[in-house]
Design a binder for this molecule. Structure first.
Ligand code: UDP
Length: 318
């Protein structure tokens, strides 16, 4: 049995990746410092002899006695609200944390897969974004802590590959949504679902003309596993090219949820990218992967999840 080590394993994406790895016959160790992760996301694996959880911060030294075959480095705050609340932690996990996770992979002769992001493209000047685009990032803006940490993490990963011959992968993840997102992580999907379920106004930032392309989490992690299996060392975009404006997205939420919520407009956050859409030609060609879950189907599953977690006390506390 292959042993996968997943940093950020109790987070939204990390926990879904653990599920898929276990389903595919891996033994899994999930590590998380629980800054934004939550053990509720992995509670269903309690008692599974092939699953282990370790609470630990990946920016500390890492020594594992057990054999490790692959390190998936998914630890990091990922919502703009979170990484602006934890700017130094975000920079540290992307830099020092990536260094430690790479060192762990090297010590074990394991493959290393970095969870990178569409944010490396910043506010993109080409559209859609393909992997050869270098990006347009403000290093000292509020999003710079995340964007530059991930850009550094990519550079360090390639350096380990080129210098030490480490077998590495880099996935550039575009906006991903699904069950286990935190209700108040500030991202548009959980935020608007929460607002609609509680009949509060849907907050559209700016005039809502900025675009995003949303990928359901099950599609996303399947693409990531295929990338691991592919042997491709260069960065690969994994996301859903179905692009829409945020205003259109708000209307979809109002259609899917029986709500009295109106749409209200709020100031656009600094450096908010005006458009984002993955070019997934490379993933299609190299991995024979493309997303399958239509937005309304994925959103319905996500809404059902939030409905089940929305207890009266949680609403009162908000
Ligand atoms: N957004 C919005 N209302 C909200 C939260 C976010 O209009 O309550 C916008 C945000 O300004 C951005 C888009 O939705 O243009 C996606 O934001 P999110 O935080 O989900 O992710 P991002 O793609 O910016 O990292």
């Amino acid at each position: 049995m292959k042993h996968a080590f997943v940093t950020g394993g109790a987070g939204f994406l990390g926990s879904h990746l653990c599920d898929l790895l276990l389903k595919n016959g891996f033994r899994v160790t999930a590590m998380d410092n629980l800054l934004t992760g939550n053990t509720d996301n992995i509670a269903h694996h309690a008692g599974n002899p092939n699953f282990k959880f370790v609470r630990y911060d990946v920016t500390n030294d890492l020594y594992i006695d057990d054999q490790v075959d692959v390190v998936f480095h998914f630890a990091s705050p990922a919502s703009p609200v979170d990484y602006q609340q934890y700017p130094i932690e975000t920079l540290k996990v992307g830099s020092i944390g990536t260094h430690k996770a790479l060192g762990l992979a090297r010590a074990h002769g394991a493959t290393f897969l970095l969870a990178s992001t569409s944010e490396v493209y910043g506010d993109p000047l080409i559209h859609p974004q393909n992997e050869s685009y270098w990006g347009n990032v403000n290093p000292i803006g509020p999003r710079g802590v995340y964007d530059e940490a991930k850009r550094f993490a990519e550079a360090l990963t390639m350096a380990y590959h080129n210098t030490h011959g480490l077998d590495t992968r880099i996935v550039r993840i575009f906006n991903t949504y699904g069950p286990r997102m935190r209700l108040h992580d500030g991202r548009v999907v959980p935020e608007m679902i929460y607002q609609a379920l509680t009949n509060q106004p849907l907050t559209v930032f700016g005039d809502g003309s900025q675009t995003r392309s949303f990928c359901f989490v099950e599609d996303e992690v399947k693409g990531i596993l295929k990338l691991y299996e592919s042997g491709c060392n260069d960065p690969v975009n994994i996301g859903n090219p179905h692009e829409m404006t945020i205003l259109q997205f708000a209307e979809i939420i109002r259609k899917l949820i029986d709500t009295r919520s109106e749409i209200v407009f709020r100031p656009l956050p600094v450096d908010d990218p005006t458009k984002r859409q993955p070019d997934i030609s490379k993933a299609r060609e190299l991995l024979d992967w493309e997303p399958r879950v239509p937005l309304e189907e994925g959103l319905s599953k996500t809404i059902a999840y939030f409905q089940s977690t929305l207890k009266p006390t949680a609403v009162a506390a908000y």
